[in-house]
Design a protein around this ligand. Structure first.
Ligand code: ATP
Ligand code: MG
Length: 382
């Protein structure tokens, strides 16, 4: 008898010709997730199992963060031949619980002497007799004990929801513009959940932004990598570009021009990294640079698709997601971002593209961008 983890995945995406490819990716990611715990991952009859882990809670924590996993159940694997022992184990697992229960049984070994209804009846009766504080409710039970008869008997009660989504790397790669704020990590998570691999770009304006602000962003990237696996973070020096914009461009446009440079550089780094799209944490009307006209002005300098998964979300909804995925606390640390320095008093909310293009002409764009890319530091996380 041993303790294992039963892993359920999204059947919907795993049909047809792509199934072996999806399954391989999913299993690779689960293997990677449990590698530090000595876990052994295996498949049997269309199910994924993890066994031989050193710490069940840590194993659950990691596997429920693998995109493509829908739920997990801690389970006991035991010899199926002694049905009395199976019933005794079932009663042991139900004893700490209170309220109502039912037993569900599934039998893939059709030669097993008891069929599914008989397993449910016998095990249910045994539990009622040996755990008298429980009662049966077949319609709305508080707890469902699952008994599966395969090569062994598998018993489980608890079903822990996981992150869902699609296996990482099955839907290309995108580049996340990652600030230290609440929004961009959530945006990255939402796209990554669809099976999209990430790389990140962060702009810092040392010495106006501190070393601690940079560390905070890398910490956010590390939290994201619990879901996404290994990621490359490009840390781009942005001070010179900001200083030049501040010195030479009309104040109302400084933020938008700065954002256009962020997009241009992100696209160049994304292309180098094999990413096919950009991701930002913008949502309509949240700040002056996120009005519809302003978004149009930032989009026009890049040719890649720009994904803005938070576009229709309220701040309170974004915060809720940030709390769920575990980035909120780190995002709330009060360090400055390069967007918060040099902010104009009256930013343009209805900018005109021609005026911005003209305002930008005073800058030596190619040289500024080349220098920023030259000075970029690459940090691997995960
Ligand atoms: P966030 O909470 O993500 O910082 P925000 O509400 O503060 O968002 P802005 O500061 O206007 O909004 O930034 C909008 C988006 O631009 C961010 O979600 C992020 O994708 C990108 N961005 C902003 N600052 C940076 C930065 N320093 N480095 C990389 N990307 C950035
Ligand atoms: Mg920000």
């Amino acid at each position: 008898m041993r303790e294992i983890l039963l892993v359920r995945f999204g059947e919907v995406f795993l049909k047809g010709q792509n199934r072996p490819y999806f399954m391989k990716k999913l299993i690779d990611h689960i293997c990677h997730a449990v590698s530090g715990l000595g876990g052994n991952v295996w498949m049997s009859e269309g199910r994924i199992y993890v066994s031989d882990f050193s710490d069940l809670d840590a194993c659950i924590h990691r596997v429920t963060r693998v995109f493509g996993v829908h739920s997990v159940s801690p389970a006991v694997e035991m010899d199926k031949d002694d049905f009395n022992a199976v019933c005794a184990q079932a009663a042991e697992m139900m004893r700490p619980l209170s309220g109502t229960f039912k037993v569900l049984a599934r039998r893939s070994d059709k030669r097993y002497p008891l069929d599914s209804p008989a397993i449910m009846r016998e095990a249910g009766g045994y539990i009622l007799e040996h755990v008298p504080h429980l009662t049966v409710d077949v319609n709305h039970p508080d707890h469902t004990l699952m008994i599966e008869i395969r090569d062994h008997a598998y018993l489980s009660v608890e079903r822990i929801p996981a992150v869902c989504g699609m296996p990482m790397g099955t839907n290309g790669k995108a580049c996340l513009l990652l600030s230290g704020g609440i929004d961009s990590p959530v945006a990255g998570f939402m796209i990554a959940k669809r099976g999209v691999e990430l790389c990140c770009v962060h702009y810092h304006s040392f010495p106006y932004t501190s070393e601690r602000a940079r560390e905070k962003v890398l910490d956010l990237a590390r939290i994201l990598s619990e879901y996404c696996g290994k990621m490359r973070v490009y840390v781009v020096p942005f001070t010179e570009i900001q200083m030049q914009i501040h010195a030479k461009c009309p104040e109302t446009y400084t933020t938008l021009i700065m954002r256009r440079y962020m997009m241009r550089i992100a696209q160049m780094l994304a292309e180098r990294d094999g990413a096919q799209a950009l991701i930002t944490g913008e949502s309509i009307g949240q700040v002056a640079s996120q009005t519809m006209e302003a978004l149009g002005c930032t989009d026009e300098v890049v040719s890649m698709p720009v994904f803005r998964p938070l576009i229709g979300m309220d701040k309170s909804e974004i915060i809720e997601r940030a709390e769920q995925i575990g980035t909120f606390e780190t995002s709330s640390l009060p360090y400055e971002d390069c967007c918060t320095i040099f902010t104009p008093k009256h930013p343009a909310t209805h900018p005109r593209k021609e005026l911005i293009r003209r305002a930008e002409q005073v800058l030596d764009s190619d040289a500024l961008i080349a220098a920023a890319i030259d000075g970029t530091e690459i940090v691997e996380v995960g």
